[in-house]
Design a protein around this ligand. Sequence first.
Ligand code: NAP
Ligand code: MG
Length: 397
Amino acid sequence: MQKIAMKTPLVEMDGDEMTRVLWKWIKEMLLEPYIDLKTEYYDLGLPHRDETSDQVTLDAAAATEKYGVAVKCATITPNPQRVEEYHLKQMWKSPNATIRAILDGTVFRAPILVRGVSPTVRTWQAPITIARHAYGDVYKNTEMKIPGPGKVELVYTAEDGSETRALVHEFKGPGIAQGLHNLDGSISSFARACFAYALDTKQDLWFSTKDTISKVYDHNFKDIFAEIYENEYKAKFEEAGITYFYTLIDDAVARVIRSKGGFIWACKNYDGDVMSDMIATAFGSLSMMTSVLVSPKGYYEYEAAHGTVTRHYYRYLKGEETGTNPVATIYAWTGALRKRGQLDDIPELCAFADKLEKAVIDTIESGVMTGDLAAMYEGEAHSVPSRAFLQAIADRL
Ligand code: NAP
Ligand code: MG
């Protein structure tokens, strides 16, 4: 059989722990036998990030800007415990946060639905896609422990030296304070990415914040969305037969639960982080959630929404077989290959991505799956370890 040829390399970002193990198996068992895989490889595994003082993450982001499409394995975000475990030079930032900040993108997360695993919410019939703003707020905060009585203020010093002040709090005793920011440019990019993705996928777009309480900060998000919608997208939405609406986040939560699904829910950074985990879990499992970072300049980075599955990795290191679910990581590859195929006009590559996804779904619907899914499966499930599951998919493919 002739392998499918690629024109432009994919930016391949390898990662850590159990997902790094799955990454290698997915390439060996499902991709390399069929595709003359062309990638530019960046090792974002924690040891190599440390060796390069995180330069490799910056290089991988730059390569994404050069080639347009990346696929990323889950990576460890160092915390004090990881600094010790890996003897790190310093507590490197989250690679995802670094890449998001450089690409200024929006993250779209959608669950993968299979027959036999019903959503916890009975009314949901179609995936709900969460669009998470990927810049600022609490992820770029400045925080302070307030040791005792005193005044905390926000001070804006303009370029001409003039100051504007706002009192945060008159402390009578110890406490805490936090400064957050966002940028009109980033919020506009977020809005445009959401409107464009809604048109691209022909789904309604919802947007929610807490503007009744945050009358300046959150209200600014609402206003920017409204203005861009009116001026740039309203006519296109009407033509496509889709709608945009804004509502308070409390109202959105209630409506989401009552909905049938099949729309995009745009959220601020923190809301999107939390709500995507809730949506994923209610649809089945975090291991069945896909994620793509779309930059306003048209760059795409595909990944799984879950982490490196540390607990399974320690069992794997002891020689045990684990039932770590590879589906979201496979979909990261199929998403990236399909996008590459579309951009480079390689229909066989797009068709391969479709076939691989179908092989995954058909394998699960035939009753063969990893333990996380088997626990929720409504039919008779045959729970297998990761490698046997990948082999079953390969056989079907
Ligand atoms: P996690 O890796 O997502 O795993 C949490 C738990 O969820 C697992 O222990 C497992 O539960 C279950 N799970 C997640 N993915 C699964 C899969 N594919 N198959 C089967 N079960 C799955 O989250 P974490 O333990 O909080 O984080 C581990 C590391 O990942 C951390 O170092 C964190 O920094 C990193 N992380 C990276 C990303 C990213 O790169 N995008 C995202 C999140 C976290 P059971 O153990 O009960 O089976
Ligand atoms: Mg999260």
